[in-house]
Design a protein around this ligand. Structure first.
Ligand SMILES: *[C@@H]1O[C@H](CO)[C@@H](O)[C@H](O)[C@H]1NC(C)=O
Ligand SMILES: *[C@@H]1O[C@H](CO)[C@@H](O)[C@H](O)[C@H]1NC(C)=O
Ligand SMILES: *[C@@H]1O[C@H](CO)[C@@H](O)[C@H](O)[C@H]1NC(C)=O
Ligand SMILES: *[C@@H]1O[C@H](CO)[C@@H](O)[C@H](O)[C@H]1NC(C)=O
Length: 410
Protein backbone atom coordinates (compact mmCIF):
# COMPACT_ATOMS: atom_id res chain seq x y z
CA UNK A 1 0.00 0.00 0.00
CA UNK A 2 2.68 2.45 0.91
CA UNK A 3 4.51 1.62 -2.25
CA UNK A 4 1.50 2.45 -4.35
CA UNK A 5 0.57 5.46 -2.35
CA UNK A 6 3.88 7.09 -2.64
CA UNK A 7 3.91 6.21 -6.29
CA UNK A 8 7.63 5.86 -6.10
CA UNK A 9 9.77 2.92 -5.61
CA UNK A 10 11.55 3.27 -2.37
CA UNK A 11 10.53 2.98 1.17
CA UNK A 12 12.96 2.98 4.02
CA UNK A 13 12.09 2.43 7.57
CA UNK A 14 13.93 3.97 10.39
CA UNK A 15 12.44 2.78 13.60
CA UNK A 16 13.22 4.42 16.89
CA UNK A 17 11.74 3.11 20.00
CA UNK A 18 10.67 6.21 21.81
CA UNK A 19 9.20 7.39 18.65
CA UNK A 20 10.00 4.95 15.97
CA UNK A 21 10.93 6.47 12.71
CA UNK A 22 10.35 5.39 9.21
CA UNK A 23 12.41 6.66 6.41
CA UNK A 24 10.94 6.78 2.98
CA UNK A 25 13.15 7.46 0.12
CA UNK A 26 13.37 7.49 -3.59
CA UNK A 27 16.14 7.67 -6.12
CA UNK A 28 18.15 10.81 -5.92
CA UNK A 29 16.93 11.92 -9.27
CA UNK A 30 13.96 11.07 -11.40
CA UNK A 31 16.14 9.98 -14.25
CA UNK A 32 17.95 7.55 -12.06
CA UNK A 33 14.75 6.31 -10.65
CA UNK A 34 13.22 5.63 -14.04
CA UNK A 35 16.33 4.02 -15.42
CA UNK A 36 16.96 1.89 -12.45
CA UNK A 37 13.46 1.27 -11.22
CA UNK A 38 13.84 -2.48 -11.43
CA UNK A 39 16.75 -2.70 -9.08
CA UNK A 40 16.44 0.40 -6.93
CA UNK A 41 17.53 0.92 -4.20
CA UNK A 42 20.35 -1.58 -4.66
CA UNK A 43 20.10 -2.90 -1.13
CA UNK A 44 21.19 -4.15 1.17
CA UNK A 45 23.21 -1.15 2.26
CA UNK A 46 26.43 -1.56 4.15
CA UNK A 47 28.68 0.71 6.12
CA UNK A 48 32.19 1.16 4.88
CA UNK A 49 34.34 3.50 6.94
CA UNK A 50 32.53 6.81 7.15
CA UNK A 51 30.09 6.01 4.34
CA UNK A 52 26.84 4.21 3.79
CA UNK A 53 26.99 2.30 0.53
CA UNK A 54 24.52 0.48 -1.61
CA UNK A 55 25.23 -2.98 -2.97
CA UNK A 56 26.81 -1.44 -6.04
CA UNK A 57 29.33 0.39 -3.92
CA UNK A 58 27.86 3.87 -4.49
CA UNK A 59 27.87 6.07 -1.43
CA UNK A 60 24.48 7.11 -0.17
CA UNK A 61 23.95 10.42 1.59
CA UNK A 62 20.44 11.03 2.87
CA UNK A 63 19.22 14.60 2.44
CA UNK A 64 15.70 14.73 3.68
CA UNK A 65 13.02 15.87 6.02
CA UNK A 66 11.26 14.51 9.02
CA UNK A 67 7.54 13.87 8.73
CA UNK A 68 5.81 13.55 12.05
CA UNK A 69 3.53 10.57 12.55
CA UNK A 70 3.87 9.74 16.20
CA UNK A 71 1.14 11.99 17.54
CA UNK A 72 -2.08 10.62 18.99
CA UNK A 73 -3.67 9.85 15.64
CA UNK A 74 -0.65 7.68 14.79
CA UNK A 75 -0.55 8.45 11.12
CA UNK A 76 1.54 11.08 9.33
CA UNK A 77 0.28 14.61 9.90
CA UNK A 78 -1.28 16.92 7.35
CA UNK A 79 -3.35 14.41 5.42
CA UNK A 80 -6.59 16.25 6.11
CA UNK A 81 -5.11 19.15 4.13
CA UNK A 82 -3.16 17.43 1.36
CA UNK A 83 -2.83 14.05 -0.23
CA UNK A 84 0.15 11.84 0.48
CA UNK A 85 1.17 12.26 -3.13
CA UNK A 86 1.16 16.03 -3.03
CA UNK A 87 3.21 16.21 0.15
CA UNK A 88 5.72 13.79 -1.32
CA UNK A 89 5.88 15.71 -4.54
CA UNK A 90 6.63 18.92 -2.68
CA UNK A 91 9.45 17.16 -0.89
CA UNK A 92 10.75 15.77 -4.14
CA UNK A 93 10.67 19.22 -5.69
CA UNK A 94 13.40 20.17 -3.22
CA UNK A 95 15.62 17.44 -4.60
CA UNK A 96 15.52 15.56 -1.30
CA UNK A 97 16.08 11.83 -1.37
CA UNK A 98 14.59 10.70 1.91
CA UNK A 99 11.85 11.15 4.46
CA UNK A 100 12.11 10.19 8.08
CA UNK A 101 8.67 9.25 9.33
CA UNK A 102 8.14 9.06 13.06
CA UNK A 103 5.64 6.67 14.55
CA UNK A 104 4.81 5.36 18.01
CA UNK A 105 5.75 1.87 19.33
CA UNK A 106 2.36 1.99 20.96
CA UNK A 107 0.94 1.25 17.55
CA UNK A 108 2.50 -2.23 17.62
CA UNK A 109 1.47 -2.73 21.22
CA UNK A 110 -2.11 -2.00 20.22
CA UNK A 111 -1.90 -4.43 17.33
CA UNK A 112 -0.78 -7.18 19.70
CA UNK A 113 -3.49 -6.24 22.19
CA UNK A 114 -6.00 -6.43 19.37
CA UNK A 115 -5.17 -9.98 18.36
CA UNK A 116 -2.75 -8.97 15.61
CA UNK A 117 -5.08 -6.51 13.90
CA UNK A 118 -4.42 -2.83 13.44
CA UNK A 119 -7.28 -0.42 14.06
CA UNK A 120 -8.70 1.78 11.35
CA UNK A 121 -7.68 5.34 10.70
CA UNK A 122 -11.29 6.34 11.20
CA UNK A 123 -11.39 5.06 14.76
CA UNK A 124 -7.95 6.48 15.41
CA UNK A 125 -9.09 10.00 14.45
CA UNK A 126 -12.12 9.72 16.68
CA UNK A 127 -10.09 8.33 19.53
CA UNK A 128 -7.59 11.20 19.29
CA UNK A 129 -9.80 14.16 18.43
CA UNK A 130 -13.16 13.16 19.85
CA UNK A 131 -16.33 12.13 18.02
CA UNK A 132 -17.20 15.48 16.45
CA UNK A 133 -13.79 16.73 15.40
CA UNK A 134 -12.48 13.23 14.72
CA UNK A 135 -15.30 12.52 12.30
CA UNK A 136 -14.88 15.86 10.60
CA UNK A 137 -11.12 15.65 10.18
CA UNK A 138 -11.41 12.02 9.05
CA UNK A 139 -13.79 13.05 6.29
CA UNK A 140 -11.37 15.79 5.22
CA UNK A 141 -8.62 13.17 5.20
CA UNK A 142 -10.74 10.93 2.94
CA UNK A 143 -11.60 13.79 0.62
CA UNK A 144 -7.93 14.59 0.14
CA UNK A 145 -6.88 10.96 -0.04
CA UNK A 146 -9.61 9.14 -1.96
CA UNK A 147 -7.68 5.90 -2.23
CA UNK A 148 -8.29 5.37 1.47
CA UNK A 149 -11.58 4.12 2.81
CA UNK A 150 -13.33 3.15 5.97
CA UNK A 151 -11.30 -0.04 6.20
CA UNK A 152 -7.92 1.66 5.91
CA UNK A 153 -5.70 0.96 8.89
CA UNK A 154 -3.02 3.16 10.38
CA UNK A 155 -0.26 0.83 9.24
CA UNK A 156 -1.62 1.03 5.76
CA UNK A 157 -1.20 4.77 5.82
CA UNK A 158 2.44 4.80 6.67
CA UNK A 159 3.28 1.25 7.34
CA UNK A 160 5.45 1.63 10.31
CA UNK A 161 5.58 1.53 14.08
CA UNK A 162 7.14 2.65 17.36
CA UNK A 163 7.42 4.40 20.71
CA UNK A 164 6.95 6.78 23.51
CA UNK A 165 8.91 9.95 23.55
CA UNK A 166 9.70 10.65 27.15
CA UNK A 167 10.74 7.47 28.73
CA UNK A 168 13.69 5.28 29.40
CA UNK A 169 13.97 1.52 29.32
CA UNK A 170 12.35 0.24 32.48
CA UNK A 171 9.87 3.08 33.06
CA UNK A 172 6.58 1.79 34.28
CA UNK A 173 5.10 2.89 30.97
CA UNK A 174 8.04 1.70 28.94
CA UNK A 175 8.66 -1.92 28.51
CA UNK A 176 11.85 -3.37 27.03
CA UNK A 177 10.15 -6.55 25.87
CA UNK A 178 7.56 -4.51 23.99
CA UNK A 179 10.27 -2.37 22.49
CA UNK A 180 12.20 -5.38 21.20
CA UNK A 181 8.90 -6.85 20.00
CA UNK A 182 8.02 -3.60 18.22
CA UNK A 183 11.38 -3.40 16.48
CA UNK A 184 11.16 -7.04 15.44
CA UNK A 185 7.64 -6.56 14.16
CA UNK A 186 8.59 -3.56 12.10
CA UNK A 187 11.83 -5.03 10.77
CA UNK A 188 9.79 -8.00 9.60
CA UNK A 189 6.93 -5.92 8.34
CA UNK A 190 9.34 -3.78 6.39
CA UNK A 191 10.53 -6.74 4.37
CA UNK A 192 7.49 -6.24 2.19
CA UNK A 193 8.63 -2.71 1.44
CA UNK A 194 10.60 -2.53 -1.75
CA UNK A 195 13.48 -0.67 -0.28
CA UNK A 196 13.61 -0.85 3.43
CA UNK A 197 17.20 0.15 4.03
CA UNK A 198 17.45 1.54 7.56
CA UNK A 199 15.83 1.26 10.90
CA UNK A 200 16.61 3.17 14.02
CA UNK A 201 16.44 2.05 17.60
CA UNK A 202 14.96 4.88 19.59
CA UNK A 203 14.20 8.51 19.24
CA UNK A 204 15.60 11.03 21.68
CA UNK A 205 16.30 9.05 24.76
CA UNK A 206 15.24 11.36 27.52
CA UNK A 207 15.99 11.25 31.15
CA UNK A 208 13.18 9.54 33.12
CA UNK A 209 12.62 12.59 35.29
CA UNK A 210 9.47 11.07 36.77
CA UNK A 211 11.52 8.35 38.46
CA UNK A 212 14.57 9.49 40.40
CA UNK A 213 15.66 5.93 41.21
CA UNK A 214 15.53 4.82 37.64
CA UNK A 215 17.28 7.97 36.53
CA UNK A 216 20.19 7.60 38.90
CA UNK A 217 20.54 3.85 38.52
CA UNK A 218 19.95 3.34 34.85
CA UNK A 219 19.99 6.45 32.69
CA UNK A 220 23.59 5.99 31.65
CA UNK A 221 25.79 4.66 28.88
CA UNK A 222 26.20 1.27 30.50
CA UNK A 223 22.49 0.50 30.29
CA UNK A 224 22.24 2.24 26.96
CA UNK A 225 24.82 -0.15 25.56
CA UNK A 226 23.04 -3.18 27.02
CA UNK A 227 19.75 -2.22 25.41
CA UNK A 228 21.30 -1.15 22.13
CA UNK A 229 22.80 -4.63 21.81
CA UNK A 230 19.42 -6.23 22.50
CA UNK A 231 17.49 -4.03 20.11
CA UNK A 232 19.97 -4.23 17.28
CA UNK A 233 20.31 -7.99 17.67
CA UNK A 234 16.53 -8.37 17.42
CA UNK A 235 16.43 -6.22 14.31
CA UNK A 236 19.25 -8.08 12.67
CA UNK A 237 17.66 -11.44 13.47
CA UNK A 238 14.36 -10.30 11.95
CA UNK A 239 15.85 -8.59 8.93
CA UNK A 240 19.56 -8.75 8.30
CA UNK A 241 19.46 -6.44 5.29
CA UNK A 242 18.89 -3.11 6.97
CA UNK A 243 21.18 -0.50 8.44
CA UNK A 244 20.67 0.17 12.12
CA UNK A 245 20.86 3.76 13.37
CA UNK A 246 22.05 4.31 16.93
CA UNK A 247 21.10 7.46 18.81
CA UNK A 248 22.60 8.63 22.06
CA UNK A 249 21.59 10.03 25.42
CA UNK A 250 20.08 13.40 26.32
CA UNK A 251 17.61 13.76 23.47
CA UNK A 252 20.12 12.13 21.15
CA UNK A 253 22.42 15.12 21.36
CA UNK A 254 25.64 13.13 21.75
CA UNK A 255 27.06 9.68 21.15
CA UNK A 256 30.70 10.35 21.98
CA UNK A 257 31.50 7.07 23.83
CA UNK A 258 30.72 5.17 20.64
CA UNK A 259 33.15 7.39 18.77
CA UNK A 260 36.02 7.68 21.20
CA UNK A 261 35.77 4.10 22.40
CA UNK A 262 35.61 5.26 26.01
CA UNK A 263 33.91 3.35 28.80
CA UNK A 264 30.16 2.95 28.77
CA UNK A 265 29.97 4.46 32.24
CA UNK A 266 29.44 3.63 35.03
CA UNK A 267 30.47 0.31 33.50
CA UNK A 268 33.83 -0.40 31.96
CA UNK A 269 32.82 -2.00 28.65
CA UNK A 270 33.68 -0.12 25.51
CA UNK A 271 32.12 -0.41 22.08
CA UNK A 272 33.31 -3.50 20.34
CA UNK A 273 32.30 -4.87 16.97
CA UNK A 274 32.16 -8.38 18.42
CA UNK A 275 29.13 -7.30 20.45
CA UNK A 276 27.30 -6.97 17.13
CA UNK A 277 28.23 -10.31 15.61
CA UNK A 278 28.01 -10.31 11.85
CA UNK A 279 26.36 -6.90 11.60
CA UNK A 280 28.80 -4.33 12.98
CA UNK A 281 29.02 -3.10 9.41
CA UNK A 282 25.33 -2.17 9.59
CA UNK A 283 25.72 0.41 12.35
CA UNK A 284 25.31 4.13 11.71
CA UNK A 285 25.33 6.94 14.30
CA UNK A 286 22.81 9.74 14.47
CA UNK A 287 22.62 12.90 16.52
CA UNK A 288 20.18 15.81 16.83
CA UNK A 289 21.07 19.44 17.41
CA UNK A 290 18.84 22.31 18.46
CA UNK A 291 21.37 24.90 19.69
CA UNK A 292 19.27 27.53 17.96
CA UNK A 293 20.63 30.46 19.90
CA UNK A 294 24.19 29.83 18.83
CA UNK A 295 26.09 32.97 17.96
CA UNK A 296 29.51 31.45 17.47
CA UNK A 297 29.76 29.11 14.51
CA UNK A 298 33.15 27.64 15.36
CA UNK A 299 31.88 26.78 18.77
CA UNK A 300 28.73 25.15 17.33
CA UNK A 301 30.79 23.16 14.84
CA UNK A 302 33.12 22.05 17.58
CA UNK A 303 30.09 20.84 19.52
CA UNK A 304 28.80 18.88 16.54
CA UNK A 305 32.23 17.39 16.08
CA UNK A 306 32.65 16.22 19.65
CA UNK A 307 29.06 15.10 19.98
CA UNK A 308 29.42 12.67 17.08
CA UNK A 309 30.84 13.83 13.78
CA UNK A 310 34.34 13.06 14.95
CA UNK A 311 33.52 9.46 13.93
CA UNK A 312 33.83 10.62 10.33
CA UNK A 313 37.43 11.67 10.87
CA UNK A 314 39.73 8.66 10.80
CA UNK A 315 42.68 11.06 10.72
CA UNK A 316 41.84 12.07 14.28
CA UNK A 317 43.46 9.58 16.66
CA UNK A 318 40.70 10.23 19.20
CA UNK A 319 38.19 8.78 16.73
CA UNK A 320 38.75 5.20 17.78
CA UNK A 321 35.64 3.99 15.96
CA UNK A 322 35.04 5.28 12.46
CA UNK A 323 31.38 5.29 11.42
CA UNK A 324 28.98 7.35 9.33
CA UNK A 325 27.16 10.03 11.33
CA UNK A 326 23.92 11.75 10.34
CA UNK A 327 22.23 14.82 11.76
CA UNK A 328 18.74 13.34 11.81
CA UNK A 329 17.07 16.35 13.41
CA UNK A 330 17.72 20.08 13.36
CA UNK A 331 15.35 22.88 12.54
CA UNK A 332 14.22 26.41 13.23
CA UNK A 333 11.38 28.84 12.83
CA UNK A 334 10.42 29.25 9.19
CA UNK A 335 10.57 33.02 8.86
CA UNK A 336 12.29 35.09 6.23
CA UNK A 337 15.22 35.83 8.54
CA UNK A 338 15.81 32.91 10.89
CA UNK A 339 17.54 30.80 8.27
CA UNK A 340 20.15 33.51 7.82
CA UNK A 341 21.21 33.50 11.45
CA UNK A 342 24.23 31.66 12.85
CA UNK A 343 22.58 28.34 13.75
CA UNK A 344 21.05 27.60 10.36
CA UNK A 345 23.88 28.86 8.21
CA UNK A 346 26.50 27.21 10.36
CA UNK A 347 24.80 23.81 10.28
CA UNK A 348 24.33 24.05 6.54
CA UNK A 349 28.00 24.85 6.05
CA UNK A 350 29.03 22.05 8.33
CA UNK A 351 26.89 19.38 6.65
CA UNK A 352 28.15 20.51 3.27
CA UNK A 353 31.78 20.28 4.38
CA UNK A 354 31.30 16.88 5.97
CA UNK A 355 29.12 15.56 3.15
CA UNK A 356 27.01 14.17 5.95
CA UNK A 357 23.40 13.00 5.74
CA UNK A 358 20.66 14.99 7.45
CA UNK A 359 16.93 15.41 8.05
CA UNK A 360 15.41 18.77 8.80
CA UNK A 361 12.57 19.11 11.30
CA UNK A 362 9.95 19.17 9.70
CA UNK A 363 7.73 18.84 6.64
CA UNK A 364 4.59 20.13 8.26
CA UNK A 365 2.28 23.06 8.61
CA UNK A 366 0.22 21.81 11.51
CA UNK A 367 -0.42 18.74 13.64
CA UNK A 368 -3.76 16.97 14.07
CA UNK A 369 -3.17 17.46 17.77
CA UNK A 370 -0.20 18.45 19.87
CA UNK A 371 0.07 19.22 23.56
CA UNK A 372 -3.70 18.88 23.71
CA UNK A 373 -4.36 21.52 21.06
CA UNK A 374 -6.04 20.38 17.86
CA UNK A 375 -4.89 21.70 14.49
CA UNK A 376 -1.74 22.96 16.19
CA UNK A 377 0.28 25.36 14.04
CA UNK A 378 3.92 24.32 13.47
CA UNK A 379 5.91 27.49 13.04
CA UNK A 380 9.03 25.43 12.37
CA UNK A 381 7.25 23.55 9.61
CA UNK A 382 8.46 24.00 6.05
CA UNK A 383 4.84 24.38 4.97
CA UNK A 384 2.04 26.81 5.68
CA UNK A 385 -0.70 25.79 8.10
CA UNK A 386 -2.76 24.01 5.44
CA UNK A 387 0.32 22.34 3.95
CA UNK A 388 -0.24 24.06 0.62
CA UNK A 389 2.84 26.24 0.16
CA UNK A 390 6.29 26.88 1.60
CA UNK A 391 6.20 28.91 4.79
CA UNK A 392 9.47 30.65 3.93
CA UNK A 393 10.07 30.69 0.20
CA UNK A 394 13.30 32.59 0.77
CA UNK A 395 14.67 29.73 2.88
CA UNK A 396 13.63 27.11 0.34
CA UNK A 397 15.41 28.91 -2.47
CA UNK A 398 18.28 30.43 -0.57
CA UNK A 399 19.01 27.77 2.05
CA UNK A 400 17.35 24.41 1.71
CA UNK A 401 17.74 23.64 -1.96
CA UNK A 402 21.42 24.61 -1.91
CA UNK A 403 21.93 22.37 1.11
CA UNK A 404 20.44 19.41 -0.76
CA UNK A 405 22.69 20.18 -3.70
CA UNK A 406 25.77 20.39 -1.52
CA UNK A 407 25.22 17.13 0.34
CA UNK A 408 23.22 14.45 -1.46
CA UNK A 409 24.39 15.56 -4.85
CA UNK A 410 27.73 17.00 -3.86
C1 LIG B 1 -12.63 20.93 17.66
O1 LIG B 1 -12.27 21.75 16.57
C2 LIG B 1 -12.55 23.13 16.75
C3 LIG B 1 -12.14 23.88 15.48
O2 LIG B 1 -12.62 23.22 14.38
C4 LIG B 1 -11.79 23.66 17.94
O3 LIG B 1 -12.14 25.00 18.15
C5 LIG B 1 -12.12 22.84 19.16
O4 LIG B 1 -11.28 23.26 20.22
C6 LIG B 1 -11.87 21.37 18.88
N1 LIG B 1 -12.26 20.57 20.03
C7 LIG B 1 -11.39 20.08 20.89
C8 LIG B 1 -11.95 19.19 21.95
O5 LIG B 1 -10.18 20.32 20.84
C1 LIG C 1 -14.69 -2.85 4.17
O1 LIG C 1 -14.60 -4.20 4.58
C2 LIG C 1 -15.83 -4.87 4.61
C3 LIG C 1 -15.61 -6.24 5.22
O2 LIG C 1 -14.50 -6.87 4.58
C4 LIG C 1 -16.38 -4.94 3.18
O3 LIG C 1 -17.63 -5.58 3.18
C5 LIG C 1 -16.54 -3.53 2.67
O4 LIG C 1 -16.93 -3.56 1.32
C6 LIG C 1 -15.23 -2.76 2.77
N1 LIG C 1 -15.46 -1.37 2.43
C7 LIG C 1 -14.72 -0.73 1.52
C8 LIG C 1 -15.10 0.68 1.26
O5 LIG C 1 -13.83 -1.27 0.92
C1 LIG D 1 11.07 3.47 39.03
O1 LIG D 1 12.15 2.69 38.58
C2 LIG D 1 12.38 1.54 39.37
C3 LIG D 1 13.70 0.92 38.90
O2 LIG D 1 13.60 0.49 37.57
C4 LIG D 1 11.20 0.62 39.24
O3 LIG D 1 11.40 -0.54 40.02
C5 LIG D 1 9.95 1.36 39.67
O4 LIG D 1 8.81 0.55 39.43
C6 LIG D 1 9.80 2.64 38.93
N1 LIG D 1 8.69 3.40 39.47
C7 LIG D 1 7.76 3.91 38.68
C8 LIG D 1 6.69 4.69 39.37
O5 LIG D 1 7.76 3.78 37.46
C1 LIG E 1 34.04 31.13 19.22
O1 LIG E 1 34.35 29.80 19.58
C2 LIG E 1 35.71 29.48 19.39
C3 LIG E 1 35.82 27.96 19.59
O2 LIG E 1 35.14 27.52 20.71
C4 LIG E 1 36.54 30.29 20.36
O3 LIG E 1 37.89 29.94 20.20
C5 LIG E 1 36.31 31.75 20.06
O4 LIG E 1 36.98 32.53 21.02
C6 LIG E 1 34.82 32.08 20.08
N1 LIG E 1 34.64 33.43 19.56
C7 LIG E 1 33.94 34.34 20.20
C8 LIG E 1 33.81 35.66 19.51
O5 LIG E 1 33.42 34.14 21.27
Amino acid sequence: MVKTLFGISVVRLLALSSSLLALISWASSLTLQDDRAAAWPYGPFLVSGTEMKNSQGDSIVYAGTNWDGHGEVMIPDGLQYQSVESVVSMIKSLGMNAIRLTYPIQLVDQIYDNGGKDTTVQSSFIQALGQTNGTKVYSQFLAKNPSFNTNTTRLQVFDAVAAERHSWFGDSDYNVANWVRGLTYMANHGKSWTALTSISLRNELRSPDNNATLKSESYNWRDWYTFIKQGSSAINAANSDILIFLSGLDFDTWITPMVQGTAMTPGTATYSAVDFPGYANKLVLEIHNYNNDATNCSSLQSTLYHDGFQAMHPEDSEAVNVLPVLLTEFGFEQTSTEWQRTYATCIANYLSQQKAGWFIWVISGSYYIRSGTQDYDETWGLLTHDWSAWRSQSYIDGGLKPLVENTAKG
